[in-house]
Design a binder for this molecule. Structure first.
Ligand code: 4AD
Ligand code: MG
Length: 430
């Protein structure tokens, strides 16, 4: 019977065959312990000299790291391994012997590992991070499908920019100038007017010259947009959605979080509602904490966000930033037009901003005024204005950065390990 490591528990006491690679190995005189991986999981294969042919035993003793094989044996319980099962091997059919696999079990430097990302992905830790990423995506679709949202795919090639013009990737679109999307938001607003509650999940691009552990050049965003919802209602969606994702990862990625040695106590606590602090109060709090570099009207950097987050044991919303440091489309607070109805959600433990969101301007004249102020005079923005002309309604939305969320839940330091093939300031390879 051919199966996979993930399905092995169903075959307790039976003989099965699994296609696998050798992750690691240990052997003594009469026994060899093969650490097997097949993509679905990791499992030990025990090869006892007395149970197999001499040829198989010699193969097991000499097999090299990352060699591929079909391995056959009986599935038995193994109380010492987190997986709980192992294979008592009866036969090995070598597919290919791997010679001089570059990533050995010893420590390697970051640049070396990044140059070998196509192979590094096979390691136990990277495998675990990719499984956490997958669970966040799965839970995202479940949450929005169960709550009546429609998945909509905004374009990647665009003529307009959502988040300012300085960080755009330019490309030729036949005779026109085009950009790679920084955010699907403007299109998602149009979609919300057609379908009510919508969400997107796709790649976005920022030609940001920042080299930090939170910035990628290409990253994936989940962008919900809701017609007839004000800012406070949007915050409730955000805290419900994030709580659902975190609890799903805790439930379905137990082995992976264990591999990653993630302290899950802080994650258990991530349940709605989340605390809210206004930008005004956040500035005061920072000044009290001794940050005398920050004045009202200035944007927060990573150290400021971390200091604010340390104040809470859950993710925290920082609300109502000054209009001048936020995007053109955000709706001013009617009682205080110098601030906008927006929030950034800051993750605990220094993982930074995972969500940016806001209520959008729904008034045609005010949007026209913003166009003037931000120089959005090209024809490319004409359609977006028309959304305010034909049945404009209050609406809100937000964008969750997938990689920052993966980093937070996995407990990895740098976003470069949260996406299969990271695009960084100085890296397009592999
Ligand atoms: O705050 P941002 O720029 O918001 C928007 O793009 C809105 N248009 C979203 C919306 O309302 N529909 O980006 C949203 C999130 C950030 O909170 C962060 O998690 C992530 O995207 N993000 C990045 N992640 C990795 N690398 C980068 N360079 C990122 N820039 C933003
Ligand atoms: Mg932001």
């Amino acid at each position: 019977m051919k199966t996979t490591i993930s399905q092995a528990p169903k075959f307790l006491g039976q003989e099965v065959t699994i296609g696998a690679w050798l992750a690691n190995k240990r052997s003594s005189g009469k026994i060899a312990f093969l650490q097997l991986r097949d993509g679905t999981g990791f499992m030990q294969g025990v090869v006892a000299k007395n149970d197999v042919s001499e040829e198989t035993f010699q193969l097991a003793k000499n097999i090299t790291q990352e060699s591929s094989m079909y391995i056959t044996g009986t599935i038995v319980e193994d109380k010492r391994s987190p997986f709980g099962y192992e294979m008592q091997v009866s036969n090995i059919e070598l597919i290919q012997e791997a010679i001089d696999y570059p990533i050995t079990p010893k420590d390697h430097g970051t640049e070396f590992l990044m140059d070998h990302r196509h192979l590094w992905l096979r390691s136990k830790k990277q495998h675990a991070v990719m499984k956490v990423r997958n669970e966040i995506i799965r839970a995202t679709y479940q949450y929005f499908n169960e709550n009546d949202y429609v998945k909509v795919d905004p374009p990647i090639l665009t003529g307009s920019s959502a988040e300012g013009t300085t960080e755009l990737f330019h490309t030729k679109y036949f005779d026109e100038e085009a950009y790679l999307s920084q955010s699907g938001q403007l299109y998602m607003e149009a979609a919300a007017m057609a379908l009510g509650k919508v969400f997107s999940f796709g790649p976005t691009f920022r030609a940001e010259k920042s080299k930090t552990r939170r910035h990628l050049i290409e990253f994936w965003m989940i962008e919900p947009e809701m017609a007839f919802m004000d800012h406070d209602e949007s915050l409730e969606v955000q805290e419900q959605y994030v709580s659902f994702v975190v609890q799903s990862v805790l439930e379905n990625c137990r082995l992976e979080l264990d591999t990653l040695e993630r302290d899950t106590s802080t994650l258990e606590n991530v349940k709605a509602p989340f605390p809210r602090i206004s930008y005004d109060d956040a500035v005061t709090l920072l000044q009290e904490k001794g940050f005398d570099d920050i004045q009202w009207g200035e944007d927060f950097g990573a150290p400021h966000e971390t200091a604010i987050a340390e104040h809470y044991d859950k993710p925290v919303f920082i609300t109502n930033y000054p209009a001048d440091i936020k995007a053109f489309y955000m709706k001013p607070d009617p009682n205080r037009p110098e601030v906008v109805l927006c929030a950034d959600l800051i993750a605990p433990e220094g993982y930074g901003e995972v969500i940016g969101g806001s209520q959008r301007i729904d008034d045609l004249d005010l949007m026209k005024q913003r166009y003037e102020e931000h120089n959005l005079t090209s024809d490319a923005y004409k359609w977006y204005l028309e959304l305010r002309q034909y049945g404009s309604v209050p609406h809100s939305g937000f964008g969750l950065g997938l990689e920052r969320t993966v980093a937070w839940l996995s407990g990895v330091e740098h976003v470069r390990e949260t996406i299969p093939f990271p695009r960084l300031l100085n890296r397009l390879y592999p």
